[in-house]
Design a protein around this ligand. Structure first.
Ligand SMILES: [Mg+2]
Length: 287
């Protein structure tokens, strides 16, 4: 029995060694892409899923509060006599409603970078997934008589596939009026800045909540600014976070990264890494 156990243990050790050996050989071929941890986390970590789900649970509570308070609005663009307008919520799409982690995983695995040449075919594949809690929230909003409006920087030629991807999961996509406001759909919507599209929404609705993963999903103030300028915007609207404005985590991409690299997207990976290191505050280490 003892001997058998030892043999088994030895065989097990050999198997571990061989597996480790194979993994090591393979690992040498894997590119050292800086997006690995963030992409892995968003796609696979329950810590991310629970976080997103919790934010959508919070959004339902805030929705009820907003419905009960006619003076409540989530849009800085909303002025004048809006109290009696029908209620709506504005949601960003990418990494707010739809999960594009397979595209990010492709970037990491192949050591690529974002490009519209590869992004459009991904959108057309209609393989984006569901951000946890988003389906429940949008259906809850509809059940309360609230219009669900998507404001996305996906482009006009990507709208049909985007609508199909949303409908595939059962997201509300009303047809009586345009509820998917994408970039370039109108002349005045050519910019990635979302203010003109928010202005179009507030013309007809009282906006109860805004949900997004990027500063620009809430305001265009300092979206492309430096980290310290963006911090000013964050502080200026402190009272809105978690109330009228719900921000989702997205460590894989965003205007925060542009701020970190002075919007120099053409810089090499090592140059981008150096710029991020230069901004980070670090402990001097043990004495
Ligand atoms: Mg987004």
């Amino acid at each position: 029995m003892q001997r058998h156990f030892r043999n088994t243990a030895l065989a097990g050790a050999a198997a571990v060694f061989l597996t480790f050996g194979a993994a090591t050989a393979q690992a040498e071929d894997i590119p050292a892409n800086d997006g690995l941890n963030a992409t892995y986390w968003m796609q696979n970590a329950v810590e991310y899923k629970a976080n997103a789900y919790a934010l959508y649970q919070l959004a339902m509570v805030r929705l009820d509060q907003a419905l009960a308070d006619k003076s409540w609005t989530a849009a800085l663009e909303q002025t004048g006599d809006y109290q009696s307008k029908p209620p709506a919520v504005i949601l960003d799409i990418d990494e707010t409603v739809l999960d594009n982690s397979p595209y990010q995983a492709w970037i990491v695995e192949k050591d690529k970078y974002y490009s519209s040449k590869t992004w459009t075919p991904f959108v057309e594949s209609q393989t984006s997934r569901v951000i946890p809690g988003s389906l429940e929230f949008t259906k809850y909003a509809v059940s309360k008589g609230v219009k669900v409006i998507y404001v996305s920087n996906r482009k006009e030629h990507e709208e049909a596939a985007t609508r199909a991807n949303l409908k595939k999961f059962g997201y509300p996509v009303d047809e009586d009026t345009d509820v998917v406001l994408v970039r370039g759909e109108k002349e005045e919507w050519k910019s990635s800045n979302k203010t003109p599209r928010r202005e179009a929404v507030v013309a007809n609705y009282r906006v109860l909540l805004q949900l997004g993963d990027n500063l620009g999903d809430f305001t265009d103030e300092n979206v492309g600014g430096s980290p310290s300028e963006r911090l000013e915007t964050y502080k200026k609207y402190q009272a809105m976070w978690g109330k009228q404005w719900i921000m989702f985590a997205n460590p894989t991409y965003g205007s925060w990264e542009g701020a970190a690299i002075n919007n120099n997207w053409k810089a090499s990976s090592s140059e981008k890494r150096a710029m991020k290191h230069a901004i980070m505050d670090e402990w001097e280490g043990p004495k």
